[in-house]
Design a protein around this ligand. Structure first.
Ligand code: RAT
Ligand code: ZN
Length: 430
């Protein structure tokens, strides 16, 4: 097996990462069976459809809505006026202020530029109309194949929000599986909004009361099991606020300990906790309203210790938590650290976090997920992340070469497969 030299490393690592398919472990993407509001070739549009794609969705990504309200504050364009616009009008407004009158230098703006360029489109246009025409000619299912090929993503993990009426009723009506997508049961409200969520369950036919008697526990578990079956969940997931602690003996912790973790254990699936999101800091921004805060890593340790037969995927939103979380993962084999979540999905922070994680955990982490909400974003999220991960790996490998290790291309390929797919799929398998 031929050894790699220091001068061969940068291009070898870049090539290997680019050609290794990604199993994307957390997105908010859906197949066409969930309907699409984007005008296209073929079937009619569904205004409330969940499959988001195309230039208007790319440009109205909630990360960019937050950014346009910095360029044109609500004192100049009140929130209600923005929300009253059509999607195309919102996109035109954002395009004008963030891409034409300003340089699109933020990560979310650059992402649109990368995506359009990689699709073979000209991002340097003053009006979105020609781009809209191109997207209108696409057929959604074929377009998914095209995007997955361009992004080199082999599997897309959905986030199936059971408390979202739009999504829930679609599942109840029956959804044919799409082999490109896998399901994840997501239920933030169950844990964070009890007893209101309990009343919802009661409305849906589960014999749940506000107290946690045996019947309630059994019925919440039945609810979780039925929905895991329905969405064919490969794991369960919640996001939690910065002040989440365990044990706390509040409703969230009781539900986690008595219902969620036992169900995950019985089904032999991991439980994902995305910790540190503070919801609705500026509610007028809707989906863009949230921010983050530092959370308690010791609570993650408490869960991993008290529930050794459960497996936990954990990502945290605060930069301040990353070192302690990586150290926690050294202590618990049932803890898999993943992704640079949301406001951390920026090159400088991906660089810092990937470096830190590899130094502490070697190859046993999942460096990234896309969190894409708009299909086409897979193209830029993975292009940008692969580049940063590649730079970090190149540096780590050259240090290893300097230390005397005879590194081969086969080893680099093996590592890339683990980072981009197998660490996730193997952890699912137990
Ligand atoms: O990154 C995002 O788009 C956020 O709005 C959230 O969806 C977050 O990723 C989450 O899953 O809660
Ligand atoms: Zn997400």
């Amino acid at each position: 097996m031929s050894r790699l030299s220091a001068s061969e490393l940068p291009s070898a690592v870049e090539q290997v990462l680019a050609s290794t398919p990604v199993v994307d472990m957390h997105t908010h993407l859906y197949p066409p069976t969930f309907g699409t509001p984007t005008p296209h070739r073929g079937n009619a549009i569904d205004p409330n459809g969940l499959m988001l794609w195309g230039v208007d969705e790319l440009v109205t990504y909630h990360y960019l809505i937050a950014e346009v309200f910095r360029a044109v504050p609500a004192t100049k364009l009140p929130y209600e006026q923005f929300w009253a616009m059509s999607k195309a009008e919102q996109a035109d407004h954002i395009w004008k202020h963030l891409f034409v009158e300003r340089t699109p230098i933020s990560e979310a703006c650059r992402g649109v530029v990368t995506t359009l360029s990689k699709l073979g489109l000209d991002p340097g246009v003053k009006s979105l109309d020609t781009l809209r025409t191109w997207f209108r000619e696409q057929e959604p299912s074929e377009y998914i194949d095209k995007v997955m090929e361009l992004a080199n993503v082999s599997s897309i993990t959905m986030t199936n929000a059971v408390f979202d009426n739009n999504e829930r009723t679609r599942w109840q009506a029956g959804i044919a599986p799409d082999p490109r997508f896998t399901g994840v049961l997501r239920f933030d409200q169950l844990l964070l909004d009890w007893p209101h969520s309990g009343r919802k369950l009661a409305e849906w036919g589960y014999a749940v009361t506000p107290d946690f008697n045996d019947t309630t526990v059994g019925e919440v578990k039945r609810f979780l099991n039925e929905w895991c079956d329905r969405v064919n969940a490969i794991y369960c997931a919640v996001s939690l606020p910065p002040d989440f602690t365990f044990p706390d003996f509040d409703a969230c912790d009781t539900l986690m300990a008595k219902c969620v973790l036992p169900v995950c254990e019985e089904r032999n699936i991991p439980f994902a906790m995305m910790i540190g999101s503070r919801r609705g800091v500026n509610p007028a921004l809707k989906d863009a309203a949230d921010m983050g805060g530092a959370a308690d890593v010791q609570s993650v340790c408490n869960l991993c210790r008290q529930f050794p037969r459960n497996r936990f995927f954990v990502t945290m939103l605060a930069r301040e938590n990353q070192h302690e979380l990586a150290v926690a993962a050294r202590k618990f084999g049932n803890l898999m650290v993943f992704g640079c979540w949301w406001f951390l999905n920026n090159p400088s922070l991906i660089d810092e976090m990937t470096r830190l994680r590899i130094e502490l955990l070697g190859t046993t982490v999942i460096p990234q997920h896309s969190d894409a909400r708009v299909l086409d974003q897979l193209i830029y999220k993975w292009d940008h992340s692969r580049r940063v991960i590649g730079r970090v790996l190149t540096e780590k490998y050259s240090d290893l070469l300097a230390a005397g290790w005879p590194l081969t291309r086969t080893e680099v390929e093996r590592d890339a497969k683990q980072f981009l797919g197998e660490n996730f799929t193997n952890f699912l398998g137990g």
